[in-house]
Design a protein around this ligand. Structure first.
Ligand SMILES: Cc1cc2nc3c(=O)[nH]c(=O)nc-3n(C[C@H](O)[C@H](O)[C@H](O)COP(=O)(O)OP(=O)(O)OC[C@H]3O[C@@H](n4cnc5c(N)ncnc54)[C@H](O)[C@@H]3O)c2cc1C
Length: 392
């Protein structure tokens, strides 16, 4: 493994940094919170288009579908710079990283032509309709039923925790098309226009006050058969390729490093037991423990990157990445909360608030990330069974 960047990559880094300096929107948290919704959605879409025009969206996609066929190192450098600059997250991320990437592998030419361009421009926003009440970790037990009637699926059932459903134009959805087959074999992957009659979206309010996700109800929703991705009853295969994209997407070393740098700054400015917190041996021990794990995570992700560049199978690396990064982010945020003590309870509006109340927000947000995309326990099961060959 070569840990140095080439001169070419360093030049690219400079170029991206300069572009971001010129073009980064003023506000730090673009689409992360959903207050003042319509305005924020429009702003976030404009940001995605700007990035797209600069060539920094879906860089790895084939040129034919609007990408640049950029190699993994190029994508990594650009991604690192976006995170370092605290660029707003892309509103169309689910479209790009999940359904878009899946369509490139599984979609028909007609589906690719129809959906991919509007995913890139954020003209159409996507949501993921997988989880249901009682079918989260055990996703394959999902019950939302799709009956094929002529050339249409008629869909009835309910999804839950559907991020972005309240602003989404489309949903990529798992439905049960054969209730008599073994549970993994009777599922299909369909694309649903969210404006179809019979769909009701009910937003849920989260612990951090945002309402980013929803319940979605389907009552005799008619979806054309041509919206099926992959074969009928083969949705589990298609879905699993999307899930590994999701798990990769959730692990970002740069973000974890920045969170650690933030908590270190906090420790150097807050007081504890009559001295600067960073001089307190207990705090020092916590910081050292976290930093060691940040470094280990970084090396693991370099190894994953090297494997990907060399075309070696990633195995369970995406699960390790998801498990380690989400837990570590949450523990860093927890130290931030401890260092703040009772200041951690102040809202953004308070004159005494520290770091614009980012630590309590991070604490709650990172808790959700441990659950979303497959909980830590599920990742540990995957690592144990598929990675270490342990019995079920
Ligand atoms: C922020 C956020 C965003 C989300 N966005 C979406 C979205 O856009 N679309 C979507 O479809 N879903 C979404 N989800 C849902 C998410 O995928 C589920 O919450 C997750 O898969 C867990 O399912 P569950 O909530 O039903 O919990 P359960 O599956 O009921 O799990 C409850 C507890 O039991 C443990 N557990 C369950 N089974 C096992 C087992 N076999 N071994 C050991 N422990 C086990 C779990 O780890 C957990 O601690 C989101 C969730 C969050 C938090």
């Amino acid at each position: 493994m070569d840990l140095a960047y080439t001169a070419e990559h360093e030049a690219l880094r400079k170029q991206v940094r300069a572009w971001l300096k010129q073009n980064l929107p003023k506000k730090e948290r673009g689409a992360a919170t959903m207050e003042d919704e319509a305005h924020k959605v429009a702003e976030s879409k404009a940001w995605q288009r700007k990035l797209l025009e600069a060539g920094y969206v879906a860089m790895g996609w084939p040129r034919k579908y609007g990408g640049r066929e950029a190699d993994l190192m190029t994508q990594t450098v650009v991604n690192e710079e976006l995170v370092t600059a605290r660029a707003p997250s892309l509103i169309g991320m689910m479209g790009i990283q999940m359904v878009g990437a899946t369509l490139i592998t599984w979609g028909t030419e007609e589906q690719k032509e129809r959906y991919l361009p509007k995913i890139l421009t954020a003209e159409e926003i996507w949501c993921q309709g997988y989880s249901e009440p009682g079918s989260g970790s055990d996703l394959a037990s999902l019950k939302t039923r799709a009956e094929l009637v002529g050339d249409e699926f008629v869909i009835n059932g309910q999804k839950v925790w559907t991020s972005y459903a309240h602003i989404a134009d489309w949903m990529f959805c798992l439905v049960r098309t054969d209730p008599d087959a073994p549970k993994h074999k009777g599922i299909s992957y369909v694309l649903i226009d969210m404006k179809t009659p019979g769909i009701t979206v009910r937003p849920l309010v989260q612990i951090n006050g945002d309402s980013g996700f929803n319940e979605v109800f389907f009552e005799d929703v008619r979806v054309p058969r041509k919206n099926l991705v992959g074969e009928l009853n083969q949705g589990w295969l298609v879905a699993n390729s999307t899930l590994s994209h999701e798990r990769n997407m959730l692990g970002s070393t740069t973000r974890t490093q920045m969170m650690f740098d933030g908590v270190l700054r906090l420790a150097r400015t807050r007081q504890r037991n009559g001295r600067v917190a960073a001089e307190d041996p207990v705090v020092q021990q916590r910081l050292a423990d976290l930093l060691t794990r940040v470094e280990a995570m970084k090396l693991h992700s370099y190894r994953q990157l090297t494997d990907a560049i060399k075309g070696r199978s990633p195995g369970i690396a995406a699960s390790v990445n998801k498990l380690v990064s989400t837990e570590l982010n949450h523990e860093i945020a927890a130290l931030g909360m401890e260092l703040l003590g009772s200041y951690a309870t102040l809202s953004k509006a308070s004159a005494h608030v520290v770091d614009r109340a980012i630590w309590p927000w991070e604490f709650m947000f990172t808790m959700g990330m441990i659950i979303g995309g497959g909980t830590s326990q599920i990742q540990k099961n995957i690592i144990a069974e598929r990675g270490l060959g342990m019995p079920k």
